[in-house]
Design a protein around this ligand. Structure first.
Ligand code: ATP
Ligand code: MG
Length: 396
């Protein structure tokens, strides 16, 4: 077979009991879906998947596919050979050039799953260390913190690999039901979305657009963010809700200091409508406790009370620095910090209430009579769709 081989490590799935098959089936489906149109076959042996992928699939595409697929903790481009010491040595010699740094240290890791293999782990390690020394005479051995690692796994066959990439971990997207993420152009909400995808959720996204107060660039930015998180979700739709009239109505008829709360209440109700139409049972936001005025306990208790959907706030206990680290890791940070303002900023009151009394603000919201604005916004919502690799596609 001229296919490329990738060895894939499952994380939490391997702890599953009776329904483990379901999770594995979904994981295989998700990987194959991402690698389409390239042919791929996925085999399995004890806690490992072996993906044989059409040789013509670019490495960068395969790496993007695997590093965004939840349910995988790590993966490596691997080379397999017969369980024969000479063959193992030859394979090591053929994959080493260019794979290690010239200076520094290395270690050999041997996993001898096949206990009938006639050489011990130590013997295999010594043999392979010699091969490394021939190719890289300046490298020393460091078992604790090596700059380079050559791993040899002896199972049904022998597998060798030199570098292992980390992936997201968690459980395969599509095993935990469906949500709807409120996606703004900021740093937080894409991170919140990716965190729930990691727990196995799939979600579509909703963006409230207040054109011309928010620009076309702001919309393009949110579309880019959607395309960047779509791979974690195995594909996703973005609902763009035109909400200018609703925002202006709130600004002109409500209490200034409550404007953000009123807008957030309207967002919850609108999102709930769209979520229910599309089979989502939870809303996901990027809120973190007390990060801004509308994210105090009282404020969130109020916005929660405006919908009967479960509202998930995976960033609740995180500070900005932690969120930024995650944002960089999932690849959305550079886009999120582009300067186009989102609509909350444009309509923000100077002195927002931080300790709203639920009954009072609920009554004020009632008095605003938002229903017709919400109906109209839902009717005029536009949809964009992204496939499992984040490419924009026609919505089916
Ligand atoms: P982010 O970085 O995600 O924009 P933020 O810290 O700026 O969050 P807010 O602007 O108060 O906080 O928004 C809180 C959450 O409300 C966001 O994380 C997002 O889930 C949602 N949200 C805010 N504005 C919009 C919008 N225009 N469209 C959709 N969702 C929004
Ligand atoms: Mg924001």
């Amino acid at each position: 077979m001229a296919d490329k081989l990738y060895l894939i490590k499952e994380g939490e799935i391997s702890l599953k009991g009776g329904n483990r098959n379901l999770f594995e089936k979904r994981l295989r489906h998700n990987i194959k879906d991402k690698l389409r149109p390239y042919h791929s076959e996925i085999d399995k042996q004890k806690g490992r998947l072996y993906a044989y992928i059409d040789e013509s699939a670019p490495d960068s595409l395969v790496e993007k596919a695997l590093s965004t697929t939840s349910g995988i903790t790590g993966f490596a481009r691997a080379h397999r050979t017969e369980k024969d010491m000479d063959a193992i040595r030859r394979t090591a010699a053929s994959i080493l050039p260019g794979a290690f740094t010239e200076k520094g240290s290395f270690r050999i890791t041997v996993k001898r799953e096949d206990k009938a293999f006639p050489f011990s782990s130590k013997e295999v390690a010594i043999a392979l260390a010699e091969v490394v020394h021939e190719a890289y005479p300046d490298l020393s051995v460091d078992l604790d913190d090596p700059d380079n690692t050559l791993t040899c796994e002896i199972r049904g066959e022998a597998y060798l690999y030199t570098s292992e990439a980390k992936a997201v971990g968690g459980l395969p997207a599509g095993t935990a039901g469906k949500g709807m993420v409120l996606l703004s152009g900021g740093i937080d909400s894409p991170v919140a979305a990716a965190m729930m995808a990691k727990r196995g959720m799939k979600a579509d996204a909703i963006y409230f657009h207040a054109y011309p107060y928010t620009s076309d660039e702001a919309l393009e930015k949110v579309k880019t963010l959607a395309s960047l998180i779509a791979p974690y979700m195995q594909g996703m739709r973005l609902f763009v809700v035109p909400f200018t009239d609703g925002q202006v109505h709130i600004r002109d008829n409500g209490y200034e200091e409550e404007a953000t709360l009123m807008f957030r209440a309207a967002m919850m109700q609108t999102a709930e409508r769209i979520a229910k139409e599309h089979g989502a049972v939870a809303l996901i936001t990027g809120e973190a406790l007390s990060q801004v005025a509308s994210q105090t306990l009282d404020a969130m208790a109020f916005t929660d009370s405006m919908t009967d959907l479960l509202v998930m706030r995976p960033l609740l206990g995180m500070d900005k620095e932690e969120i930024i680290i995650r944002s960089r890791a999932i690849g959305t940070y550079e886009t999120s910090i582009l300067p186009y303002e989102d609509c909350c900023v444009v309509f923000s009151p100077k002195h927002p209430v931080t300790r709203p009394v639920k009954e009072v603000v609920r009554r004020h919201f009632e008095e605003l009579g938002m229903a017709p604005f919400i109906d109209k916004a839902v009717r005029e919502t536009k949809v964009f769709a992204f496939d499992a690799m984040g490419r924009e596609i026609a919505d089916e």
